[in-house]
Design a protein around this ligand. Structure first.
Ligand code: ADP
Length: 802
């Protein structure tokens, strides 16, 4: 129905018009004023307006001109209905106001109806034309849309990535062939099931959450997901993106999405990260077992579901680490290994890799292969339970030889190892080998350093002569014993730097292996001195190691001991012979002895017996001192009284040609802290020696004087004297300068030893110095008794005793 607007201020006129137009069966709208007409036109679309010219306020012309001014209504035909005048001017005004026609009252209803129906027809034609135009436009648009859709599908199909579109509710409505191929699914299958069946179970919750969020907010969607590749069942990482297409009202009309395979990139990144972490783990320990265990731990689950490390020990592979994503399965795997040990000659797996040094990659463990390899049904069952899918074994190579194998197995994750995985495993094995090698090297260096430290600190001289006879090692003790520095011998031939080595070296017993060595005692001329060395050697592939000790002193002592037996027996025999002879003579009845002779013989017996007793006493005392059983009673003694009484006693047996002199003490002597009997014995001994070793006579002088906190006794003689290098040695047990008594002076070599030990026990010291070119002076210092006024400053440090 078309609207016809009838405008008249008088209702009867409107009624009349209604009557005339009724038969047209159109919708009649009524307005009672110009303003009312304008209002109606705002609300309705009108085919023609019948406008009364004569109206109060806004008359017909004014209303018409307002209608014409409005864009929406400017084209609406207006027929003026008027009775007033037919004069030209009025008519002109009406046309210029936009009228298309005039009807003058009284008008013929037919004429009016036909006029109106022309306009209605025109209006309907126009409306139809408009509708047709719109339809046409829509069709064109649809065509266009179809074309563009086709274009983007072409585009989508040409893409190397998976492309898809989804409805606003998220339901897939298109996937490109690429995606169908990847999932080996038909269009309807994939569109029906969506992604949930092909995404990795671990990634599914994240995918659903984000996709729902995107659908809810209409914001772009992005995610990294693993999609299962139908071809090999492996999951590959994809970057999934979807952007919404919206209409003018900003409503989502479609989602455009893509899945881009980023698996290689992701794995490369992951591998890089993994290797970095592995590097840190490998460097953290120098124990190769814990290093290898750490590698296995690190590899699971990042590279594999299982990792196992075997090490070659004495020609056999030993499993030292097994890791699995599920620790309960580790036990099963170990049990399997125990029950069904791998055949060292096997054509696959760790034994094969160890033998060949080549990596092994099995992308897909075929069921038939499993059955073939299984020893029995139980074995097959166990292996099946572990669900091995794919594996790779890589050798560990250190210093050019295979030391073990790392094996990686894919099981429950469903992944399949490929060449990239093998490359990563090999890289890991390389780094592991280097770490193990480093740890070994470090340990060797440590051991060597340790050995070197030990060698440097042992008391035995150790040196190494290589196969070419060149000295390669010369330890500190060797330097100390021989006086030859390492710098002078190292890198040079032994025969050139060790005089007499060609002869000695040949005589040293060389054992084939370390063990109890048979040592030979040999003399070697070193630094101008003859040293006696107890030397033995051990041969090894690089040469011979010699160990030696300087037994020059021991030998000397041994010699002294031997001499002592001779000396002591001689010392004992002389008085014994005298006693025996005297006693025999006295006992002879056939001999009439003079009174004086008898007395003389008895004196000899007494004298020689006391000498015997002295010797025996010395031996006893020395053994007591050695055993630490001699008791010392330190008390205050008056040094000058003591000295005087010693000198008085000695004066009874001053030999011929010798004079004994006690120098008067120039100072007040403090009392000493000493065992009086022992101090007396020391002084007696020194005076006796002074007498004994002055065979050509001379003066023996005794002097006592204070020395800081000590009292010093000095016994000087003008006798044989003591060579300076021997000054310390004469205090050694049994040491005698003239063991063979070339000068005919006997002795046990115990006197000075006993003297030194006694003085030490009294916290004093004893030493000897030359006596102005002739004879010797023996000094003894004994601490002044506490509280005594020594007249001197206290000594800062006590001088060491001899
Ligand atoms: P001996 O019983 O031989 O005298 P000692 O221990 O008393 O033993 O002395 C050790 C050695 O020191 C003596 O054998 C001697 O060679 C030397 N000796 C000791 N006292 C003197 C001295 N006053 N003058 C020279 N040599 C001495």
């Amino acid at each position: 129905m078309t609207n016809i607007l009838l405008v008249d201020d008088r209702p009867e006129n409107l009624l009349a018009l209604e009557g005339i137009l009724e038969p047209l069966h159109q919708n009649l709208l009524y307005a009672h004023s110009g303003v009312d007409a304008l209002r109606q036109l705002l609300q309705h679309e009108v085919a023609v307006i019948l406008l009364d010219v004569q109206m109060p306020e806004l008359d017909g012309f004014e209303t018409a001109s307002l209608i014409k001014q409005r864009e929406r209504t400017s084209h609406v035909p207006i027929i003026f209905v008027t009775a007033i005048s037919k004069d030209e001017e009025q008519v002109f005004r009406g046309y210029s106001a936009g009228a298309v026609d005039y009807v003058f009252k009284p008008f013929s209803p037919e004429v009016l109806r036909s006029k109106v129906s022309v306009f209605i027809e025109l209006h309907e034609k126009n409306a139809q034309l408009r509708r047709q135009a719109e339809l046409l436009k829509e069709q064109e648009l649809a065509e266009l849309r179809r074309e563009s859709e086709e274009r983007y599908r072409f585009l989508a199909e040409a893409q190397p990535d998976q492309i898809w579109t989804a409805l606003p509710n998220g339901k897939l409505d298109y996937v490109n062939q690429r995606a169908l191929d990847y999932f080996a699914a038909s269009f309807s299958e994939l569109v029906e099931a969506g992604w949930t069946h092909v995404v990795h179970p671990e990634d599914l919750p994240r995918m659903l959450e984000r996709w729902q969020q995107a659908l809810g907010t209409g914001k772009p969607y992005e995610n990294e997901l693993r999609f299962r590749r139908a071809a090999d069942g492996s999951y590959r990482w994809h970057l999934t993106r979807a952007v919404p297409m919206t209409n003018r009202r900003r409503e989502v009309v479609k989602w455009f999405g893509s899945n881009i395979d980023i698996d290689d990139q992701k794995r490369a990144e992951e591998a890089q990260r993994f290797l970095v972490e592995a590097g840190a783990a490998l460097g953290s320990s120098l124990d190769h077992r814990s290093t290898l265990a750490a590698v296995a731990k690190l590899a699971v689950p990042r590279i594999a579901d299982w990792a196992r490390v075997d090490i070659l020990e004495e020609g056999r592979l030993r499993t030292i680490a097994v890791e699995h994503v599920d620790p309960r399965k580790v036990e099963l795997a170990l049990e399997l290994g125990r029950r069904y040990p791998e055949d060292p000659e096997a054509g696959q797996g760790p034994p094969f890799v160890v033998r060949t040094g080549e990596s092994e990659l099995v992308t897909e463990i075929a069921e038939e292969r499993l059955a073939e390899l299984a020893v029995d049904d139980l074995h097959l069952g166990l292996v099946r339970e572990l669900g091995f899918q794919s594996y790779m074994c890589v050798p560990l190579v250190a210093r050019g030889s295979v030391i073990g194998v790392i094996s990686f197995v894919a099981a429950e994750s469903g992944r399949r190892f490929g060449p990239e995985d093998l490359a990563l495993a090999e890289e890991l094995a390389r780094r592991t080998s280097t770490a193990v090698e480093n740890a070994q090297l470090y340990r060797e260096v440590e051991e060597r350093a340790q050995a070197a430290r030990v060698l440097e600190t042992v008391g035995d001289g150790v040196f190494l002569v290589d196969r070419e006879g060149v000295v390669r090692l010369w330890n500190k003790a060797a330097e100390a014993i021989t006086g030859v520095s390492g710098n002078d011998v190292l890198g040079r031939r032994a025969v050139d730097v060790l005089p007499g080595w060609d002869d000695v070296g040949a005589r040293v017993p060389v054992a084939g292996a370390p063990g109890p060595a048979v040592a030979e005692t040999l003399p070697l001329e070193l630094a101008g001195r003859e040293r006696w060395l107890s030397i033995s050697g051990v041969g090894f592939e690089e040469g011979t190691v010699y160990a030696f000790r300087d037994i020059t002193e021991e030998r000397a002592l041994e010699r002294i001991r031997q001499d002592l037996v001779a000396t002591v027996s001689h010392e004992l025999r002389t008085p014994l012979a005298a006693i025996y002879g005297s006693a025999l003579t006295l006992a002879r009845e056939d001999l009439e002895l003079e009174q004086a002779m008898g007395t003389k013989l008895l004196e000899v017996i007494v004298e020689e017996s006391s000498r015997l007793a002295d010797i025996v006493n010395d031996l006893l005392l020395a053994s007591q001192l050695d055993a630490g059983r001699l008791e010392v009673h330190i008390e205050r003694c008056d040094a000058s009284v003591l000295t005087k009484s010693v000198v008085d006693a000695a004066s009874t047996h001053v030999p011929d040609g010798v004079t004994l002199q006690l120098e008067p003490a120039g100072h007040d002597l403090p009392p000493v802290a000493a065992d009086e009997g022992q101090l007396r014995q020391v002084l007696d001994n020194l005076i006796d020696n002074a007498f004994k070793y002055s065979p050509d006579g001379g003066e023996v002088r005794i002097r006592v004087e204070p020395a800081d906190d000590y009292v010093r006794f000095a016994v000087s003689d003008e006798g044989l004297g003591i060579p300076r290098p021997e000054e310390a040695r004469i205090f050694e047990k049994f040491y005698r300068l003239d063991p063979h008594m070339a000068r005919g002076i006997g002795g046990t070599g115990l006197g000075l030893y006993i003297a030194r030990e006694l003085v030490r026990r009294m916290s004093g010291r004893i030493w000897v110095e030359p006596n102005n070119g002739r004879g010797s002076v023996f000094y003894v210092e004994i601490p002044a008794a506490p509280g005594a006024d020594t007249g001197g400053k206290p000594r800062e440090t006590a001088r060491a005793s001899a």
